[in-house]
Design a protein around this ligand. Structure first.
Ligand code: HEC
Ligand code: HEC
Ligand code: HEC
Ligand code: HEC
Ligand code: HEC
Ligand code: HEC
Length: 432
């Protein structure tokens, strides 16, 4: 609203300045008779009169409405979260406002450089006017992005249309794609200069069989990151086993993200509207009972079953925190950074290459100096190593665990697909 007011204030000043010029030109002779009124402005579409700003603009532009939106937005994790404003090159596109606007303009999915001065996600990240003639779809005309999205995950090759409002969110709420790092230690043998971070083949990939083999090397990744809500919602990009059929759509497939996450504002618990938090009370007009808890409990149980099975198969390593007792799982590489197989028993003096993270921030520019190094050392995990490459089906199961686990809704965004993805992974591991 501040911008809006100051725009008209600026226009007023310009008119005052123009009058001053006229009154100082009195030597030109007497003023002629008044001219006739100009014709009304027309809009190009149907030749009708121009719009009355009171009717057209004040639908949104009242101080009360904007204050309300600001107050709601202060409950959103976009505003409160500590990762919004993460500015490094591979993060700024989704975690900062300026980064997001830059990639919308450049058509890339990584910004040109680190952006230390970038701000967290705010009103202008999502809002800009693409037009002022509000005859058709009012809301789309005030959003920064509504076009189909080139997903990072398929390397920007095809645009996927999730629907105009969804497309805005999906630009960020999608699988992250590669986060390239450059290793730059010149002192080591073998030479590791400019060996870039290696993302395992993107799913869905063209392997011929679930039994094909793949090295899961240190420095490679099949990570999907926390934002993959759009993929589960649309029932795409999980690892689907050969010969299995999957149900992609569900009851709310035609909904927009905003229909649940920006539903009716509820002041009692600060949900709905621009809080982006689901107002679950509003769901009860149709759903008499709690739909969410039973689904989330079911999916939580399946996730644990799958993680335990992956641990038994030596694909995952299970860690129990000594003080809190919290359990976590991580995928155990089959090969070191250079592709040397980790054996299941130790040979004295045997060394393996791993990466150690030591990016630094330049004190003068504030930019990150990407300087991850390789280091050689002994292995601590012989006893829990499988001692062979993974099968694609195993990679698929590990990936599917991450796909559902980091999606954060615990299956709610597509209950049937989530369950099939987990069940088929468990079945395949048990059978192979
Ligand atoms: C459907 C709601 C809506 C309508 C209708 C609307 N605006 Fe806006 N307008 C917005 C939003 C949201 C913003 C972004 C606010 C911010 O960035 O803080 C905005 C921003 C602006 C800005 C700031 C510059 C910019 O483009 O971001 C101007 C100027 C503006 N509007 C003028 C108008 C005028 C003139 C009209 C009527 C012809 C109008 N608006 C109608 C919602 C609307
Ligand atoms: C510019 C990128 C971007 C856009 C566009 C975006 N988001 Fe987000 N969203 C994020 C990031 C980054 C976070 C995590 C913020 C944090 O934790 O600091 C987040 C967090 C969230 C959360 C909270 C998640 C949690 O863990 O509590 C919800 C819900 C959400 N977004 C919904 C939406 C919806 C709905 C839209 C579209 C109307 C949208 N987002 C558009 C980047 C974006
Ligand atoms: C393609 C967009 C995208 C990119 C690029 C991206 N993120 Fe995120 N990130 C998100 C979204 C969306 C969320 C919010 C997910 C949620 O909380 O539901 C998020 C959440 C997070 C969280 C919070 C997770 C939690 O447990 O609360 C961290 C930490 C994070 N991102 C770090 C990073 C880092 C570091 C990078 C760069 C290497 C990065 N992100 C790049 C989209 C992205
Ligand atoms: C994550 C993206 C996002 C952010 C950030 C965001 N908005 Fe919105 N805003 C939307 C979407 C999407 C809609 C359309 C919602 C719908 O269809 O119900 C909308 C609608 C609006 C409208 C028009 C509808 C109405 O009820 O008047 C206004 C005004 C508005 N936003 C103001 C703001 C202001 C002010 C801020 C900053 C405090 C803000 N928005 C931040 C996504 C966003
Ligand atoms: C049918 C309603 C519905 C639709 C449509 C929907 N969501 Fe959700 N979403 C939920 C519910 C319910 C939760 C779980 C709420 C909770 O945990 O507080 C959730 C959770 C989330 C979370 C994690 C929030 C957190 O605090 O952990 C994010 C992020 C999110 N949704 C983003 C999206 C995006 C992006 C879209 C569109 C692609 C979308 N949602 C579509 C209902 C929906
Ligand atoms: C206009 C009515 C309507 C509204 C509003 C509505 N739903 Fe639904 N929803 C349905 C119907 C009908 C079904 C399918 C039958 C069933 O499972 O109850 C369904 C199914 C679901 C399912 C799948 C249930 C299952 O067991 O597979 C979830 C999850 C869900 N809704 C979440 C939500 C959330 C969250 C909201 C609020 C943001 C919401 N719904 C609002 C009508 C609605």
């Amino acid at each position: 609203m501040k911008n809006f007011k100051s725009l008209f204030f600026a226009a007023g000043l310009m008119i005052a300045a123009a009058c001053l010029t006229f009154t100082s030109c009195t030597k030109e002779g007497p003023q002629g008779p008044a001219g006739v009124d100009g014709i009304n402005g027309v809009n190009g579409v149907n030749g009708t009169n121009g719009k009355d700003a009171n009717g057209s603009c004040l639908v949104c532009h009242t101080i009360a409405n904007f204050d309300q939106k600001i107050a709601e937005y202060h409950f959103s994790k976009h505003y409160t979260g500590n990762t919004s404003s993460r500015f490094t090159k591979f993060c700024a596109s989704c975690h900062t406002s300026e980064g997001f606007k830059q990639i919308l303009g450049s058509g890339k999915y990584v910004v040109a450089n680190d952006m230390p001065a970038a701000n967290r996600i705010n009103c202008t990240t999502c809002h800009a006017h693409s037009g002022f003639d509000f005859t058709a779809d009012t809301v789309s005309q005030i959003l920064t992005a509504i076009s189909p999205v080139y997903l990072n995950y398929n390397k920007n090759l095809t645009a996927t249309d999730f629907g105009a409002l969804n497309n805005l969110c999906v630009n960020c709420h999608q699988i992250r794609g590669a986060t390239a790092l450059v290793y730059s230690d010149t002192t080591l043998t073998p030479d590791v200069i400019n060996k870039s971070f290696d993302q395992l083949p993107y799913f869905p990939f063209t392997n011929s069989s679930d039994l094909d083999t793949v090295q899961y090397r240190v420095g490679r990744s099949f990570s999907v990151h926390d934002g993959n809500q759009s993929n589960l919602f649309a029932g795409i990009n999980a690892y689907e086993y050969k010969g299995k059929t999957y149900t992609k759509t569900w009851k709310h497939s035609a909904f927009a993200c905003t229909q649940c996450h920006m539903n009716e504002y509820n002041a009692a618990d600060s949900t709905g509207g621009h809080t982006l938090r689901v107002n679950e009370e509003a769901c009860k007009t149709c759903h008499g009972s709690d739909k969410l808890t039973p689904i989330q409990n079911l999916i939580k149980g399946k996730l644990t079953d799958l993680a335990e099975l992956l641990t038994t198969k030596k694909i995952f390593k299970k860690t129990v925190n000594g003080t809190t007792g919290a359990i976590s799982y991580s995928a155990l590489p089959t090969h070191d950074f250079n592709g040397k197989l980790y054996p299941t028993t130790q040979t004295a003096g045997d060394k393996f290459a791993t990466s150690s993270s030591n990016n630094t921030v330049s004190p003068t520019t504030g930019l990150v100096i990407y300087g991850n190094m390789l280091k050689y050392g002994t292995d601590a995990d012989y006893a829990i190593r499988m001692g062979r490459p993974w099968k694609w089906g195993e990679l698929g199961a590990a990936y599917n665990y991450a796909y559902i686990n980091s999606e954060l809704s615990l299956g709610l965004h597509n209950p049937n697909y989530a369950l099939q993805v987990l069940n088929n992974s468990i079945d395949w591991l048990n059978a192979n």
